[in-house]
Design a protein around this ligand. Structure first.
Ligand code: KIV
Ligand code: ZN
Length: 514
C-alpha cells in the first residue's frame, strides 16, 4: 500500500465555518499561497453555491495555485451545487469536486427526510454528474461516524462504482473513539468492493478532543488522505489540526504503517500565525506544535534538563516547525538592519516605504519597553496590516476616569476621505465611554459580545492585546484586535478594527446584492 498520506486542507472551507473566522477573497488568497508553500496536496477553497464570495474565492484560488496542488470545491448532492462548483473550478488546472450526502439515521430521518435508498440514488447521481465535469470526484458520506456500517458500505461501494476517485468518511459530529473510528475504516477496507482503487479520506471533528487521534487511527486502518485545518479551526470544536497530524506522522509514523506526508514542516508556524492574524482567532498558548508555550520550558528542573540535552524534555526540534531557535533582543537602540533581519527571519519581507512605517512604529513601542520580543513584532505588524484596510482610522483619544468621577472619552477618527471626526461620551467605565464615543461617529448597529485583554509579552511594560467580538444586525460576528502598551488605546484599536471589518463586509454584501 502507498505510504504517502495526502494532506487535504480545509481551512478555507470548514475552517471558515468557525464563528468569527470569515475571510474575504483577498485574505483567502494570501492563505492559499502560504498553503502552497507549506506543501499541502489539496486545498478545499470553498463552497461555491453558498455565496458569490465563495464562488469567487474558488475561481481565484484555482487560477492562483495552478498545478502546485489540487483545488477542491464543495457541493451537496444537488445538481445546481455541482454545476456551480464545476463552473467555479474552470480556472483550476487540477480541479476536484467534493460532493456528498448524509448517511446516518439522524441525517436521513431528521435532516434530509429521505429513505436510505433515496440517499443512495442521490449519492450515485451526484458522483456521475460531477464526473461529467471533472475526472477527480470526492464523495463524502456525512455523519459516517454515527451511521450503520452496513449501509455505509453499500453507499461507498455504489459511489465507487459510479466513478468516485476519493471517498471521504467524516466523523461529522466528533462522536467516535479512535478504536471505533479505526474499526470503521478497517471495515470499509475489508467489505467494500473496489475500495482498493480509490483513496480513503478521513475528516474528523473535535467535539470530544479526539480529532487527531481518530484521523491517525483511520490512517492506521488504511486511509491515505487526512482532511484538516490550520490551528484546528472548524465548525464547533473544530477539525483535526494539520500541524498535529503532520508532526505526529513525522515523529511516529512508523506506528501506523510507516507513512509520511509531503508537508514542508518548517512552514508550519508561519502558516499558523498567518491564519491566526487573518481570522483574528488566537491560538491557545498551550496548543500542541504551534502554541506560544509549545517549546517553552518553565520549571527549573526542566530548564536544567533542556540545557544539558534538549531532547530530555523536547520530542520535536522547534526548528523543524519553523520556530526560531535563537532570539535577538531588539531595543530602542536597534537599527533598521537588525529590525529588518529579525522581520525576515519571522517571514515578513516588505518594500522600503512599508518598512519605514513599521520601523517608526517599532521605535514608538521600543521607547515604552525595554525589550521587543518576537510576539511584540507580530502584534505590531498585525496593527500595521489592520491599518491598511481601514474605513475609519483611530487618530487620537483622550479618556478621563476616576473614583468618584464620570468616565468620559473623546475620540478623533479619520475617514477614507481624510475627514477628521471628533465626538465624546461618558460611560460606566473608560472603555464603555470610549466605545460609546466611537459609536457616535461610526453609527453602525453592533452588539459587543466578547472582550478580552491579554499581555502579549512579559513584564510590567508588556504590550496588551485586546480581542473583541461584535455582531452586526444580521447576527454576523466580527473579531477585532488591537495591541498597545496602554490597554485603553488597545481597546479603542480593537473596537475600530472590528467595526472596520464589519463595514468592509457590509460593503461587500451590498456589492454582491447589486
Ligand atoms: O463534517 C463534515 O461532514 C463535512 C462534510 C461536508 C465533508 O464537513
Ligand atoms: Zn466538517
Amino acid at each position: 500500500m502507498n505510504d504517502k498520506v495526502y494532506i487535504f486542507d480545509t481551512t478555507l472551507r470548514d475552517g471558515e465555518q468557525s464563528p468569527g473566522a470569515s475571510m474575504n477573497t483577498d485574505e483567502k488568497l494570501v492563505i492559499a499561497r502560504q498553503l502552497v508553500n507549506l506543501g499541502v496536496d489539496i486545498i478545499e477553497a470553498g463552497f461555491p453555491i453558498s455565496s458569490p464570495g465563495d464562488f469567487e474565492s474558488v475561481r481565484r484560488i484555482g487560477a492562483e495555485v495552478g498545478d502546485a496542488c489540487i483545488t477542491c470545491a464543495l457541493s451537496r448532492a444537488v445538481p445546481k451545487d455541482i454545476e456551480t462548483a464545476a463552473d467555479a473550478l474552470k480556472t483550476a488546472k487540477r480541479p476536484r469536486i467534493h460532493t456528498g450526502i448524509g448517511v446516518s439515521e439522524s441525517h436521513l430521518r431528521d435532516k434530509l427526510r429521505i429513505s436510505p435508498e433515496e440517499a443512495l440514488e442521490r449519492g450515485v447521481a451526484a458522483v456521475k454528474l460531477a464526473r461529467t465535469f471533472v475526472g477527480d470526484v470526492e464523495f463524502y458520506a456525512e455523519d459516517a461516524g454515527r451511521a450503520d456500517p452496513e449501509f455505509l458500505y453499500r453507499m461507498i461501494e455504489a459511489v465507487v462504482a459510479a466513478g468516485a476517485t476519493v471517498v471521504n468518511i467524516p466523523d461529522t459530529t466528533g462522536y467516535t473513539y479512535p478504536e471505533e473510528f479505526g474499526g470503521l475504516i478497517g471495515g470499509l477496507m475489508d467489505n467494500v468492493a473496489g475500495i482498493e482503487n480509490v483513496t480513503v479520506s478521513v475528516h474528523c471533528h473535535n467535539d470530544l478532543g479526539m480529532a487527531t487521534a481518530n484521523a491517525l487511527a483511520g490512517v492506521k486502518a488504511g486511509a491515505r488522505q487526512i482532511e484538516c485545518t490550520i490551528n484546528g479551526l472548524g465548525e464547533r470544536a473544530g477539525n483535526t489540526a494539520m500541524e498535529e497530524v503532520v508532526m505526529a506522522i513525522r515523529q511516529r509514523g512508523n506506528l501506523i504503517g510507516g507513512v509520511h506526508t509531503d508537508v514542508n514542516t518548517r512552514e508550519i508556524l508561519r502558516t499558523s500565525k498567518l491564519v491566526s492574524s487573518i481570522t483574528g482567532i488566537r491560538v491557545q498558548p498551550n496548543k500542541a506544535i504551534v502554541g506560544a508555550n509549545a517549546f517553552a520550558h518553565s520549571s527549573g528542573i526542566h530548564q536544567d534538563g533542556v540545557l544539558k540535552e534538549r531532547t530530555t524534555y523536547e520530542i520535536i526540534d522547534p526548528v523543524e516547525v519553523g520556530a526560531g531557535g535563537s532570539e535577538i533582543v531588539l531595543t530602542a537602540r536597534s537599527g533598521r538592519h537588525a529590525l529588518r533581519h529579525r522581520l525576515e527571519e519571522l517571514g515578513h519581507t516588505m518594500e522600503d516605504d512599508e518598512f519605514e512605517k513599521v520601523y517608526e512604529e517599532f521605535l514608538r513601542v521600543a521607547d515604552r519597553k525595554k525589550e521587543i520580543y518576537d510576539e511584540d513584532l507580530e502584534a505590531l505588524l498585525g496593527e500595521h496590516e489592520r491599518e491598511l484596510n481601514e474605513v475609519f482610522h483611530l487618530e487620537a483619544l483622550h479618556v478621563m476616569s476616576g473614583e468618584p468621577g464620570i468616565p468620559t472619552a473623546t475620540v478623533e477618527l479619520v475617514d477614507r476621505e481624510g475627514q477628521h471626526l471628533i465626538d465624546s461620551s461618558h460611560g460606566t467605565g473608560p472603555v464603555d465611554a470610549l466605545y460609546r464615543a466611537i459609536n457616535r461617529i461610526i453609527e453602525v448597529p453592533n452588539d459587543l459580545t466578547e472582550f478580552s485583554v491579554q499581555s502579549v509579552t512579559r513584564g510590567i511594560d508588556a504590550l496588551g492585546e485586546v480581542t473583541i467580538r461584535v455582531a452586526d444586525d444580521r447576527g454576523r460576528v466580527f473579531t477585532g484586535r488591537g495591541a498597545h502598551t496602554d490597554i485603553i488605546v488597545a481597546s479603542a484599536k480593537a473596537y475600530t478594527n472590528a467595526l472596520n471589518r464589519m463595514l468592509g463586509a457590509q460593503e461587500r454584501t451590498v456589492e454582491e446584492e447589486l
